[in-house]
Design a protein around this ligand. Sequence first.
Ligand SMILES: [Ca+2]
Ligand SMILES: [Ca+2]
Length: 379
Amino acid sequence: MVYRNLHCLTVWVLLLSAFLLATASAFAQTSIPGTNFTCTDGAIFSRNRELSDRRVNRLLNKKERKRDRIERKRDRFEEFGRSVEELEERITALEETISAIESCLEDDSGSSGGSGSGSGGSSGEAGTFTCPTSKFAKQVNLFQSLNHNIRICATSKVSDAKVLHAARVMAEYLDNNEDGTPDNADVATALTNKSATLVMFANESDEEGFDPPGSFASQNLYARETVLPGGDGFDFALEEILHIISHEGYAAVYPNDFGEEVGTTLANAMDTARGGRFTSIPSSYPNGAWYTYDDNTCDYGCQATEYFYWAFTSMLGAQNGPRRLSDIEGEWRLNTLAKVQATDTAVYNLITRYQADNRIPTVIPDGTYSGETLSIVTP
Ligand SMILES: [Ca+2]
Ligand SMILES: [Ca+2]
């Protein structure tokens, strides 16, 4: 029994020893790979180089971006330098303009007691007033035989044909039935009292140096925008000549209807056409407005002058046609009589009321006038 127990113990010891040996051996085998992670391993070395290449590329890219940023900043600095120079030039020009205005104001205040009444007296002397010879070489007198003082003054650079064309258009507006006598005597008298004068230049540079004198009311017209009958393009004589007649004539004789300030029949119609009463140009006109002139130099009264021109000449058929509409629709959309009648009933009613007894024209000037023979004289 003791032997048998002893035998069993030996077997257990042997089994335990074998187990320990096996465990130790397995442990020894698994622990070996841990010692192989070194920089000399080829795969790890190349991976490290790859990482380092990427890093170098990143750094190069970063450097490029910084260089770009510096270049952009340099450009901005240079632009800033230029704009400062431009601003200085503009400030200098403005200072010159301000000092010129100040000297004009001093001149006016100094001379108002003397020549002010003198110019008022001369404007009433129909037919005796001549165009300033310092600027003009050609003159046409309208209805002079009827003791009126309505003129055209033109520089030597404007052709006789265009001077006479403008004179005929002006005569046609005033004497629409072409019988030689202005249809509306009150309007012709108002223009005479203001010595209304159309001043013609070849172009803007020809106008340089002309300072409209306070002694007569003037409106300019350039030869380059004046189109003879049968010529190509819109004839702006139809516009500029109407401006002086409506502004100095209709507005003066019929102030409640054609006055160009807030509250007149014309101005109220204009407020509707613009979608509101705008005493300065709005940033955008309301949807549905059909008169949308956006020139910031044109105040409320000037807007009214332009509005009358658009409505009136559209009703007389001067703005017909798709090509003309595409030219003007940014400013005025009712380019025909039918459109004005259908949409702008206020201005349609105003104009037709005055046309009914021939106080204003019913026919658009065509550049031929049979009322009298107009001729050019030397001022
Ligand atoms: Ca007449
Ligand atoms: Ca005619």
